[in-house]
Design a protein around this ligand. Structure first.
Ligand SMILES: [Cu+2]
Length: 274
């Protein structure tokens, strides 16, 4: 006990946390920066397409179903990821998924998403140690928060990652990028682009359910669960015209009143003249 304390004090004296000193490989890796100014209310969502990129995973057609939704943490620190998958492949797990650096092109080619989002360029080896998440690739979500086991149909998880970002313009920003769902052997089963689905703090669901005129006119690709169409804007006018209609009713009423008043004044004037 006393010797442990002494070792801790020794490390503290030279400015090295004892935990870091024990893990020499992790301490040699670059560290990602925690992001504390993610814009509030910017909701990004990536939804997997109906058909798998790797067709043998679903010989009769179909795909992993599901999506990743992401929004800044309440204090703008980190990003809350909501991961939701079902219809998982029957074998080939545990499955992994990562933020990838490039978007999926229109032809749905998951290979074109290139490598994992890795602004510190730490590379894939050694594997991510979730106990030391700042040294992991920023995009290695399943490395940091757990792989998806096989032999189950669905998987859901919500967590906050400190290093990915919804702040446009920095390396850790993923809003114009993609995620890829993999077999354990790294085969790319499917992939989808992130798109901005809400920007005012309103929940994702309300933006999708709102049958606004803008979404009907544009065909609303983000509502069709087609991850291969990048960044088509989500319905921009979720505001309905209800407020202006209600304000128009009293306005019309006061116009009628004004009309009667004018008529009375006119009648009084005529009587006065007569
Ligand atoms: Cu990947």
């Amino acid at each position: 006990m006393r010797s442990q304390t002494a070792i801790s004090l020794l490390f503290a004296a030279v400015g090295i946390p004892a935990a870091a000193a024990q893990s020499s490989t992790a301490s040699a890796l670059p560290k990602a920066s925690a992001v504390a100014n993610n814009p509030a209310g910017m909701v990004y969502k990536a939804t997997l397409p109906d058909e798998a990129f790797f067709k043998p995973a679903y010989p009769e057609g179909g795909n992993v179903k599901g999506e990743i939704t992401a929004v800044a943490g309440p204090d703008q620190s980190g990003v809350i990821f909501k991961v939701n998958f079902s219809n998982l492949p029957k074998s080939g797990g545990p499955f992994t998924y990562h933020l990838h650096v490039a978007p999926v092109p229109e032809d749905g080619n998951c290979t074109a998403t290139l490598a994992h989002l890795d602004p510190t360029a730490r590379g894939e080896a050694p594997p991510c140690d979730p106990a030391d998440a700042e040294t992991c690739q920023v995009g290695d979500l399943s490395g940091k928060f757990g792989k998806i086991p096989e032999n189950q149909d669905a998987f859901s998880m919500t967590y906050t990652d400190k290093y990915a970002s919804t702040l446009e313009g920095i390396g850790a920003f993923f809003g114009n990028r993609s995620f890829v769902f993999h077999y354990a052997n790294k085969t790319r089963i499917s992939c989808a682009n992130f798109a901005l689905v809400a920007s005012s703090g309103s929940p994702t669901e309300s933006a999708c359910e709102e049958p606004g005129p803008a979404s009907t006119a544009s065909g609303s690709p983000s509502m069709t669960a087609n991850g291969t169409i990048p960044h088509s804007s989500a319905p921009t006018s979720v505001q309905t015209s209800a407020p202006s209609q209600t304000s128009a009713i009293p306005a019309a009423g006061s116009n009628i009143k004004a009309g009667w008043a004018s008529a009375l004044v006119l009648a009084a004037a005529i009587m006065f003249v007569l």
